[in-house]
Design a protein around this ligand. Structure first.
Ligand SMILES: C[S@@+](CC[C@H](N)C(=O)[O-])C[C@H]1O[C@@H](n2cnc3c(N)ncnc32)[C@H](O)[C@@H]1O
Length: 210
């Protein structure tokens, strides 16, 4: 995502107070019995806002590597007065070190950058590199929920999941006309692409259980 450079992003993030946490504060947020769901690459935050409103019984951690984008998400959460969401700016590469022993019940990957060139395949959030990271931070019963408009990325991801020890369920090439449409929370990209006539692919990946 190309983000417009904004001068006052640090001040705006600071104005969102405790909604922004750094890794030193993860421990406090993870404390207790309420499961934390993780969204990687939250963009401008429509998904995490929608999910947090719909599921007050859960907590959500949203990570985004571009602060100029994350700040928009943070301000949406502040405007909605939601208390069960926290944000941090980091690259998904840093997750294992940042979260320590914590295991997430759910990871959401929504409209991840497709990186279409073969030489950039490792940067895809469903490449082996990242799947190894998710294995370290996902609970035994955890799931990765993935959706994209990009047929090439989807095909690659289905293969990558299965080659790396994940099983798949609830897979569709047309989410909005499927049994999972009801209850689906849309992202900004999802709204834009479906308005342009693209169908949305989605799947759920979980680690093979012995
Ligand atoms: C195509 S946008 C999709 C945004 C949003 N999820 C949506 O569906 O509308 C992908 C987002 O993921 C972020 N991103 C890409 N790679 C990332 C990484 N390795 N770690 C954290 N964020 C990442 C990008 O900065 C961008 O904001």
């Amino acid at each position: 995502m190309r983000a417009r450079k904004r001068k006052n992003t640090p001040e705006r993030i600071q104005a969102c107070g405790e909604l922004y946490i750094d890794r030193e504060s993860f421990g406090d947020f993870f404390k207790g019995d309420i499961p934390v769901h993780l969204e990687i690459g939250c963009g401008k935050g429509d998904f995490v806002v929608g999910m947090a409103k719909k599921h007050p019984e859960l907590k959500f951690l949203a990570i985004e590597k571009i602060p100029d984008v994350a700040v928009i998400a943070l301000e949406k959460v502040r405007a909605e007065g939601l208390e069960n969401v926290r944000f941090t700016c980091m690259d998904a590469f840093e997750l294992p070190e940042a979260v320590g022993d914590y295991k997430f019940e759910r990871i959401y990957l929504n409209f991840s950058d497709p990186w279409p060139k073969k030489r950039h395949a490792k940067r895809r959030l469903t490449s082996e590199v990242f799947l190894d990271i998710y294995k370290r931070i996902l609970s035994k019963t955890g799931e990765i929920h993935f959706k994209t408009d990009n047929a090439g990325l989807f095909e690659y991801s289905l293969e990558s999941f299965t080659e790396n020890g994940f099983e798949l369920k609830n897979t569709t090439d047309d989410l909005h006309n499927s049994e999972w449409a009801e209850g689906n929370v849309m992202t900004e990209y999802e709204r834009n692409f479906s308005a342009k006539g693209f169908t949305i692919h989605r799947t759920e990946a979980f680690l093979k259980r012995e």
